[in-house]
Structures are given as structure tokens and as C-alpha cells.
Write a protein that binds this ligand. Structure first.
Ligand code: TRP
Length: 329
């Protein structure tokens, strides 16, 4: 059984793309592996969020992942800042991470561009903290998107370097977890590519019906088919993809044939799509709100997660300290 670990951005509210993509896989995977999921709330500090938002952001994403089906009794679901062992390992790993290689990291270079007024050392050592997150539980596999591949590569490098420097075969080298064909890529509403966070492109699980209607009605289309049986341009095909995912086969068939005989009215399609999305997300949204408002439950989840995560993390840390030469008097 593999140990699989995934870090969740504390500002990463879930949209339908996440839901049908990674999260659906997490829900399945938690029964087949030893899984750790955590909210990366220390990483969040690298961009200096306001103290008044930090807790609420964490509470929101946690409620969303729970509502989407992560089971805290099955997986270990925790908040990064509840596990101080991660930070101690991060400090130790920092001694073997070189400034030059950190400066060359793509995510660091991007951040410098995005926030030139706040190039803090936490940004520089972000990959070291990420490495600590991963290897503290001896994770075998880490599901990461394209933008995090290099950070995972760095984690492997640091783990390998540790083993090499101390002449041990202690840390496992974490591999990317590949969802393969199972990863559904949901298109967005802005006409091209995947669903993302950008304005108007994504539908969030927590969006109210009125917001969903507005977003869908504004989705990009074209002037409509001019010839019978013409091929769909991407923006229209994307709407059909969403329809396929969320509507009944009858509805899909109805609009598909309307497209092919040129009688389609995109307004009707969008109205139907919006209602079908709302039908789908409403129970999830209600579950999110129920969980969000249930402080007792959330406290229980978080405490249980911290306890399980700390048990695993402190074992690693004890062994690492030993390897480094720290001995009790
Ligand atoms: N950096 C990741 C992101 O931005 C979040 C993250 C932090 C993470 N620590 C991690 C992901 C460890 C995987 C493993 O999405």
C-alpha cells in the first residue's frame, strides 16, 4: 500500500473542474492507499494574507473537501500549522538546500515577478517546506499539477541529498502520482481550455444559484452554426462537454440535434445547463454550509487529523535527529 500525500492551498476554493478532477480521485484513492491531505496554511504566509482572513480560508477549504467526500476517519486530514514537526524538519532540510538552486526555481522566479515588493525568504525556501511536508510521512506518491512538478522534483533532490550526505537510505524519493486516464479535464466558461479560478471561467461548488446562472449566461459562444452538421468550435463544444457531465442524456441529445440542424438557441442551452449545474451543486453547497457551521465537528476532525499526522511526523523527526547526530544526554 502506497503512502499518498497531497497539499491543499488554503485559498483554493473548489470549482467543478477540481471536483470532477483531482478531488474525485482523492475520494476514491483514500480507500486504496494510506492518504495524507493537509491544508498548506504555512505556505499561504509567503504571500502575506491578512490575519483576519487566514482562519476563515482554512475553514472554508476544509469544509469543501469534507463535503466533497474526503473521509477523516479513513484518510489523515490535517492543518499544516498543527504539526510543528514539519517545521523542525524544514529547518534541518534548509541547511542542505542551496540558495543558488532555490533562486533558479520557476515558481520562485514567477513570484518575484508577481510580488516584487515582497520577495521574502519564505518564498525562496518554499520548495524546502514542501519537501518537508512530503517526506515527513515518507510519502511514495504525490499528486501534483503541472505547476508543481518542479517543486516535487526539488523534494526528490533534497531527500536524495540527505540520504547521500549522511550515507543512509532513509528517505524514500517521492514520485508524482499519475491519475492517468481517470483525470477528467473540465472545460471552463471563457471559451478556451480548462476550468480555472479566473473571473467568470469557473463555477465554484459554493456558488449560489444566482451566481451560477449569471456565469453560465455569460459563457462564451459564437454566432451559431451556419450549416447542417458543422463541427463545433471550442467554446460551444465546451458547453456541450459540461452538459454531458451534468445533464440527462435526453437533454444532451435534444441540444445536440438542435445544433446539428441549426435550430439551436444558445440562450436555451445555457438556461438548461445552469439549472442542471445548480441541481448538482445544491446538495454539495448545503453540505459545505452545514459542515462550515458545525464547529464541534470541525474541531473533532482537525484534532483527530493533527493527532494522526503528528504520530507519523514525530517518528520521522526522531529518526532524522538521530541520523544528524543529535543525542539525548
Ligand atoms: N505548493 C502546492 C500548491 O501550490 C501546495 C503544497 C504545499 C503541496 N505542500 C505540498 C502539494 C506538498 C503537494 C505536496 O498547490
Amino acid at each position: 500500500m502506497d503512502t499518498v500525500l497531497s497539499g491543499i492551498r488554503s485559498t483554493g476554493n473548489l470549482h467543478l473542474g477540481n471536483y470532477f478532477g483531482a478531488v474525485k480521485n482523492f475520494v476514491k484513492m483514500q480507500h486504496e492507499n494510506r492518504c495524507f491531505f493537509f491544508v498548506a496554511d504555512y505556505h499561504a504566509l509567503t504571500t502575506h494574507p491578512k490575519p483576519e482572513n487566514l482562519h476563515d480560508n482554512i475553514k472554508k477549504v476544509l469544509s469543501e473537501y469534507l463535503a466533497a467526500g474526503l473521509d477523516p476517519e479513513v484518510a489523515t486530514l490535517y492543518i499544516q500549522s498543527d504539526v510543528p514537526e514539519i517545521i523542525e524538519l524544514y529547518l534541518l532540510l534548509n541547511m542542505n538546500a542551496y540558495v543558488g538552486e532555490l533562486e533558479r526555481t520557476t515558481t520562485f522566479k514567477e513570484k518575484i515577478r508577481k510580488q516584487p515588493e515582497n520577495v521574502n525568504a519564505g518564498l525562496l525556501t518554499y520548495p524546502v517546506l514542501m519537501c518537508s511536508d512530503i517526506i515527513i510521512h515518507q510519502a511514495d506518491k504525490v499528486p501534483v499539477g503541472k505547476d508543481q512538478e518542479q517543486n516535487l522534483e526539488m523534494a526528490r533532490k533534497f531527500a536524495k541529498r540527505f540520504n547521500h550526505m549522511y550515507g543512509v537510505e532513509y528517505f524514500k524519493l517521492p514520485e508524482p502520482y499519475n491519475f492517468g486516464d481517470e483525470l477528467v479535464k473540465v472545460p471552463g466558461l471563457d471559451g478556451t481550455g480548462k476550468m480555472g479560478k479566473s473571473d467568470g471561467n469557473g463555477i465554484f461548488l459554493a456558488d449560489e444559484p444566482s451566481v451560477i446562472r449569471k456565469k453560465v449566461m455569460r459563457a462564451v459562444t459564437d454566432a451559431g452554426p451556419k450549416e447542417v452538421n458543422s463541427t463545433m468550435p471550442e467554446p460551444v463544444a465546451n458547453l456541450f462537454y459540461l452538459l454531458d457531465l451534468l445533464s440527462t442524456p435526453d437533454t444532451v441529445e435534444h441540444f445536440r440535434s438542435a445544433y446539428h440542424d441549426c435550430s439551436i438557441r444558445y440562450g436555451d442551452l445555457k438556461k438548461q445547463l445552469a439549472e442542471d449545474i445548480i441541481n448538482f451543486t445544491t446538495p454539495i453547497r448545503e453540505r459545505i454550509n452545514d459542515i462550515y457551521n458545525d464547529s464541534d465537528y470541525l474541531r473533532k476532525v482537525v484534532n483527530m487529523g493533527a493527532e494522526k499526522a503528528r504520530a507519523s511526523a514525530s517518528k520521522t523527526l526522531r529518526e532524522v535527529r538521530e541520523i544528524l547526530g543529535y543525542r539525548p544526554f
